[in-house]
Design a protein. Structure first.
Length: 452
């Protein structure tokens, strides 16, 4: 029954016929087509579900029955037009939006946003969460793919939430339910705690951190690595919380005597013995202090500090302590006196660096004793090492440098690294780079160069 729709296919809706002009998205659910309403000549987006995903399509329609009670423009939600079924495919017609935040960031090579741009997006997403909470719904799948710019040319950084296929009433979400992309997965999902709309606050916070840095602030190779990175940045969860969680013993070991019962996080070696999965963190986890220092324009330090203060409360490990949308919208980050966007752009242009943000100072997982801080810049070190290698015909031993403040990989384009101590995530211009996002303009966390 799976009909293969093509460009110029005609979809007969209840209120109009829709001509498929091109396909603009595809996933496990089916396809999204840019179509034209032949009655009004209006461009729309039609989500065409696979027959095998019929239940998901029906779930989304059920969620839309409640969501359409909200003003889509006021609460930053994609506007629903109509739904119909054609050749066993459930078709949902929405307003046509511009591009996702994921595509937007890819197009700008993951260059971080300015603080006033982050404030604009943050406020809108919190209003969306407030609206969903008012109708007792949780989105459950917020991520950059599901946040769309409405029309960036005419309305810069105006965004809307899309994709309500996993949206549920909080009371219908059972503990232990697997949801959310692992990179944006809330700790209560991983630990098996009671779940509700607070999972959305976590993911919005994490998305804002991603927009602020241009990369993910902790690794997500596995759920254990996520939990380990979170405890490194934010400390151990409360013992009472771990006692309540269903899956605590997957990641933690309890020690107890007659009077005390204490959970401790498994070491990577213990985790490997328990699960067979490598528990070594592949890259650094940024602390909140690192995040404050990340922003280069120091005239904005007060705003940056307020943003990181808000972020701390949005990505609080304990959902019971996490800030609510109503509280967040009253935070000083939004209520403080703010300079104009033109002023910030002017300051950023006057900066000595072409980027407004500093290159990240990462807090790496302690696997070995850290090297003493280098007085010289990393680039100077590399250049000196390169000259030393030219003078020495013998193969010198290798030295791994942990770059405390990374450098854009383009700065190393003329430097050849002979070998690497660990398998690199990628290799560009002969440089071994230990940073998964460097292909999209990320930063080098560690490199290996010949030792003097």
């Amino acid at each position: 029954f799976d009909y293969d729709y093509t460009v110029n296919s005609l979809l007969p809706g209840y209120s109009a016929q829709y001509l498929v002009e091109k396909f603009i998205g595809e996933g496990s659910f089916g396809k999204v087509a840019k179509c034209r309403n032949l009655s009004t000549n209006q461009e729309v987006a039609v989500k065409i579900s696979k027959p095998t995903r019929r239940d998901a399509g029906l779930d989304e329609i059920s969620a839309l029955a409640k969501i359409t009670k909200l003003d889509a423009d006021k609460y930053g939600l994609i506007k629903f037009i109509e739904r119909f079924e054609y050749r066993h495919h459930i078709c949902i017609v929405y307003e046509l939006l511009d591009q996702s935040l994921l595509d937007f960031m890819k197009a700008r090579k993951h260059r971080p946003l300015l603080i006033h741009e982050i404030r604009s997006i943050a406020r809108q997403l919190l209003i969306s969460l407030k609206g969903l909470k008012e109708i007792n719904m949780a989105h459950c799948d917020i991520k950059p793919d599901n946040i769309m710019l409405v029309n960036h040319a005419s309305e810069p950084f105006r965004v809307k939430l899309i994709d309500f296929g996993l949206t549920k009433k909080p009371e219908d979400i059972e503990p232990g339910t697997t949801m959310q992309n692992i990179q944006y997965r809330a700790p209560e999902v991983i630990l098996g705690l009671p779940l509700d709309e607070r999972v959305d606050m976590w993911t919005v916070g994490y998305v804002l951190a991603w927009l602020y840095t241009g990369f993910h602030i902790h690794p997500a190779d596995s759920e254990y690595i996520v939990i380990r990175a979170l405890t490194m940045r934010q400390g151990m969860p409360d013992q009472e919380l771990l006692d309540q969680a269903w899956f605590t013993d997957i990641f933690f070991t309890v020690t107890e005597d007659e009077s005390t019962r204490v959970w401790r996080l498994n070491t990577p070696e213990e985790q490997f013995k328990l699960t067979g999965y490598d528990g070594q963190v592949s890259c650094g986890s940024m602390s909140f202090d690192d995040l404050i220092q990340f922003y280069q324009d120091k005239t904005k330090i007060r705003e940056v500090e307020m943003f990181i203060n808000l972020l701390r409360q949005m990505i609080e490990i304990d959902p019971n302590k996490r800030i609510t949308p109503e509280e967040a919208l009253k935070h000083s980050f939004f209520t403080m006196e703010q300079p104009s966007a033109d002023s910030e752009k002017s300051n950023s242009q006057e900066s000595a660096s072409p980027e407004v943000h500093q290159q990240p100072k990462t807090t790496t997982v302690p696997q070995e004793t850290a090297a003493a801080p280098q007085e010289k810049t990393v680039k100077e070190d590399v250049l000196q090492q390169q000259e030393a290698t030219k003078r020495n015909s013998q193969s010198p031993p290798l030295l791994k440098i942990n770059v405390q403040i990374g450098l854009p990989h383009s700065n190393f384009e003329n430097i050849h690294i002979r070998d690497c101590m660990f398998p690199p995530h990628c290799n560009q211009n002969g440089v071994s780079i230990h940073r998964g996002s460097c292909r999209q303009g990320g930063w080098i966390n560690s490199i290996t160069i010949p030792k003097k």
